[in-house]
Design a protein around this ligand. Structure first.
Ligand code: A3P
Length: 295
């Protein structure tokens, strides 16, 4: 029972140049000193890039498509959020330290802030990236509905803050590029939200192979089915309906909001879109990282 005022709109501060909510920064040492284990699986994303979706894909693959097993607990219990800190609840690191192996772990940290023990232990990581504009829209609505997040203000001011990386977990551009450049140095599978949306089966197969699993066609179809937007929206273990309403204001937005590619056209003005394209073209040049046509 967390008193509502204890989780209200935490301010952002910087740690190693990255804005994070103050409670996280207050206990940053715990994250830095986190002890990864060789069989940990880390799911890393910029916030709102499809974390929950990938978590469900991974868990269903590991459970051989058995929905009942995947429904043993809500996503945030099955995949503790490593850097999570909020008053009166155990921190992500505390939970993970007590968790038996093999552990499934969630993080939104940019590559350079991930505890070095993950690389020393040669852990597998799945990274999911989503195009900047849809990611910004999704983050804006999440910040509006999640009372623990900083207030996003108006859409106009949020677009600007997002572009400048003045939002939680920092610049989208630096995040997706940082992980992209790291992917060949470690066991990192780099996935794109738009690819999964286009052909879930093809992309789920990539995840399956990365996890070293073999699934029958029938099981694979089950994974595809149970991880569709509609199925996850209706599933109380994936739709975050267990989070109390003083924290998630569902009158403003649902956690499973739209799950589409291209919803940004309903939010961005032409000049906001052009400003993003300009930064996108500058930042992506020479990286080899490419997000598909954005509509
Ligand atoms: P929208 O706000 O655009 O709807 P995260 O899990 O990283 O917080 O990301 C949440 C975003 O992923 C939300 O985007 C949510 O709807 C979307 N999402 C979750 N499950 C999905 C699924 N099965 N298919 C497509 N999108 C999904």
């Amino acid at each position: 029972n967390v008193p509502s005022e204890a989780i209200y709109r935490f301010p952002l501060e910087l740690v190693h140049g990255i804005p994070l909510m103050k409670p996280i920064i207050n206990r940053w040492q715990e994250v830095e000193q986190f002890q990864a284990r060789p069989d940990d699986l880390l799911i890393a994303t910029y916030p709102k890039a499809g974390t929950t979706w990938m978590q469900e894909i991974v868990d269903l693959i590991l459970q051989d498509g058995d929905l009942e097993k995947a429904m043993r607990a809500p996503s945030h219990i099955r995949f503790p959020f490593m850097e999570f800190v909020t008053p009166t609840l155990p921190s992500g690191v505390e939970v993970l330290t007590k968790m038996p192996s093999p552990r499934l772990i969630k993080t939104h940290l940019p590559y350079q802030l991930v505890p070095t023990s993950f690389w020393n232990q040669n852990c597998k990581v799945i990274y999911v990236a989503r195009n900047a504009k849809d990611n910004a829209v999704s983050f804006y609505w999440f910040d509006k509905m999640n009372k623990a997040q900083p207030d996003p203000g108006t859409w106009e001011s949020y677009v600007e803050a997002f572009l400048q990386g003045k939002v939680g977990w920092g610049s989208w551009f630096d995040h997706v590029i940082g992980w992209w450049e790291a992917k060949d140095k470690h066991r990192i599978l780099y996935m794109l939200y738009e690819d999964i949306k286009e052909d879930p089966k093809r992309e789920i197969l990539k995840v399956m192979r990365f996890l070293g699993k073999e699934l029958s066609e029938e099981v694979l179809e089950k994974v595809v089915h149970h991880t569709s937007f509609q199925a996850m929206k209706e599933n109380p273990m994936t739709n975050y309906s267990t989070v109390p309403s003083f924290m998630f204001d569902r009158a403003t937005s649902m956690f499973m909001r739209k799950g589409e590619v291209g919803d940004w056209v309903n939010h961005f003005t032409d000049s906001q879109s052009k400003a993003y394209d300009k930064v996108y073209n500058e930042k992506m040049r020479g990286t080899g990282l490419k997000f598909r046509s954005l509509i």
